[in-house]
Design a protein around this ligand. Structure first.
Ligand code: SF4
Ligand code: FES
Length: 249
């Protein structure tokens, strides 16, 4: 396949940045999008130029780092991570436009790499679970109805990639935060810190500069792990209930 790439190049956070066009003449349809970038970088390195910087780690769809905006969609045309997107999703002769996530809370570090440590600080603000459940067999002795366990597990599958933020016109982090709040609020082990956790995580989310929920559902539609909007409704209920009995009104 012949592919034309328009890639956002930006030297650092201060640089204005801009698109640069590259031509690839021998792309296999079975390459992942990141493998195609590896081939591009080999080509750039051979010319003695600076390769395109992008984030990746597991390349198995589990770490959540391969963040890229591809043809105007987070992670590209399929509802999957960029590392699991294959070139057969495109056509021979296509021009593909690649940009970093665009959100105030995710400043560009270089090229396609953004700083997503705001997500880490939201998680840290949530604190820890003080219930000591012992080893795995002990934890599994706590009876949890299947429906609840499934809901908690579904929320826990969020990989923190940030596509929800990138998809939202307000750059809201509500889907991510709601998934992280839900996975513990639903389980007995998460009850002790339930109220303080949601208060602190929402407060940190606001402090980081994420916008309000736009109610458009773009986040869930683009989420590679299909995190449900029901989590956002639960987050709102959790927050209201915590605030109604809180000292930090
Ligand atoms: S909710 Fe979905 S899109 Fe958002 S960070 Fe988690 S996995 Fe990524
Ligand atoms: S590189 Fe880990 S999810 Fe894509």
């Amino acid at each position: 396949m012949k592919i034309t790439l328009k890639v956002w190049r930006q030297k650092n956070a201060q640089d204005k940045g801009g698109f640069k066009t590259y031509q690839l003449d021998d792309v296999s349809p079975d390459m992942s999008f990141l493998e195609m970038f590896d081939v591009l970088n080999e080509q750039i390195l051979k010319k003695g130029e600076d390769p395109v910087h992008f984030d990746h780690d597991c390349r198995e769809g589990i770490c959540g780092t391969c963040s890229m905006y591809i043809n105007g969609k987070p992670h590209g045309p399929k509802q999957t991570t960029t590392c699991q997107l294959h070139m057969r999703s495109f056509s021979d002769g296509d021009t593909i436009v690649v940009e970093p996530w665009r959100a105030k809370a995710f400043p560009v570090v270089k090229d396609l790499v953004v700083n997503r440590s705001a997500f880490d600080r939201v998680i840290q603000a949530g604190g820890y679970v003080s219930v000591n459940t012992g080893g795995v067999p002990d934890a599994n002795e706590i009876p949890i109805p299947k429906k609840i366990a499934d809901e908690a597990f579904d929320a826990a599958t969020c990989i923190g990639c940030g596509a929800c933020v990138a998809a939202c016109k307000n750059a809201s982090a509500m889907l991510f935060v709601s998934a992280k709040v839900s996975q513990l609020a639903l389980l007995p082990q998460g009850q002790v810190e339930r109220k303080t956790r949601v208060e602190k995580m929402v407060s940190q989310m606001d402090e980081e500069g994420f916008g309000a929920c736009s109610n458009t559902g773009a986040c869930s539609a683009e989420c590679p792990k299909e995190i449900s909007l029901e989590n956002i409704a639960r987050l709102n209920r959790e927050y209201l209930s915590a605030k109604s009995s809180s000292d930090n009104v």
